[in-house]
Design a protein around this ligand. Structure first.
Ligand code: GAR
Length: 260
């Protein structure tokens, strides 16, 4: 979490773009550019996002807070890429760390290409079982001062202890319309049951698998003669829109359900 206070307006660039001077809590003074749209984005002189405000802010002395997001992956990381790109574009949070429980997966390379620090902790290679696996991850999350965790195709079940610690700050995307089809092989089961609709769900993570509060849901039709692969890619395409949108609402503290 980044915090600091505004010190002064430095330079009015145009009606909508204003440079502010900001003193961070560590006493560092920097000029920032504010873009006055419906949400104001605070950008530093290197073009990096710092935080956002509503259009009445900021005022001198106002405190700013920006959430740092860690994304957990186990595979191709396409949702991770969608989340990072959306945070970069819309600047509602800082994509700060990618955690993978598999070293040789394409998602790790994609994260590095996006210049996001990566941490790979493979449970099988950490002596002393899951407890130490999660303790290693927790240490990294603390090092990077992470505020929110997004599970994005993270295929290892986290302990109740870990999930309880992050309660209210850990989200997951699941490839079905929860509460239907919790667990694995969702598309296979959807096909077997001749469903006409499926989709994806973003939910808070709790100690019970795929059971936390639903934050967003998108539906996808199933066509005659559909295959598992066809459904999977149609759902994945929707996931890439739903997850960033839902995370944005979550970061802005909005509690209304995202429906697509
Ligand atoms: C996604 O379809 C996600 O919903 C699913 O794994 C895929 C990961 O794809 N997650 C689960 O099944 C969790 N139970 P990605 O690595 O390309 O984002």
């Amino acid at each position: 979490m980044l915090t600091g206070t505004f010190e002064s307006i430095r330079n009015v660039v145009s009606l909508y773009r204003v440079y502010y001077n900001l003193i961070s809590n560590d006493g560092v003074s920097t000029d920032y550019l504010i873009d006055h749209s419906s949400i104001i984005y605070l950008i530093d002189s290197y073009g990096n996002f710092v935080t956002h405000f509503n259009h009445e802010s900021p005022v001198r002395g106002e405190t700013f807070v920006t959430k740092k997001v860690a994304i957990f992956i186990s595979g191709s990381g396409s949702n991770m890429v969608a989340l990072v790109k959306s945070m970069h574009r819309l600047q509602f949070a800082l994509p700060t760390l990618v955690v993978s429980n598999k070293r040789d997966v394409s998602g790790v390379i994609k994260a590095r290409n996006l210049q996001i620090p990566t941490v790979c902790v493979e449970a099988e290679k950490v002596a002393g079982c899951d407890f130490n696996f999660e303790a290693s991850i927790q240490k990294e999350l603390e090092n990077y001062k992470i505020d929110i965790i997004c599970l994005a195709g993270f295929m290892k079940v986290l302990s109740a202890r870990f999930v309880d610690f992050w309660q209210g700050k850990i989200l997951n995307i699941h490839p079905s319309l929860l509460p239907k089809y919790k667990g694995l092989n969702t598309h296979e089961r959807v096909l077997e049951n001749n469903e006409e609709l499926t989709g994806c769900t973003v939910h808070e993570v709790t100690g019970k698998l795929d059971c936390g509060r639903i934050l967003g849901q998108a539906t996808v039709p199933i066509f005659p003669d559909d295959s598992v692969d066809a459904i999977k890619s149609r759902v994945l395409e929707k996931e890439h829109i739903l997850y960033p949108k839902t995370l944005q609402q979550f970061c802005l503290g909005r509690s209304d359900l995202v429906i697509m």
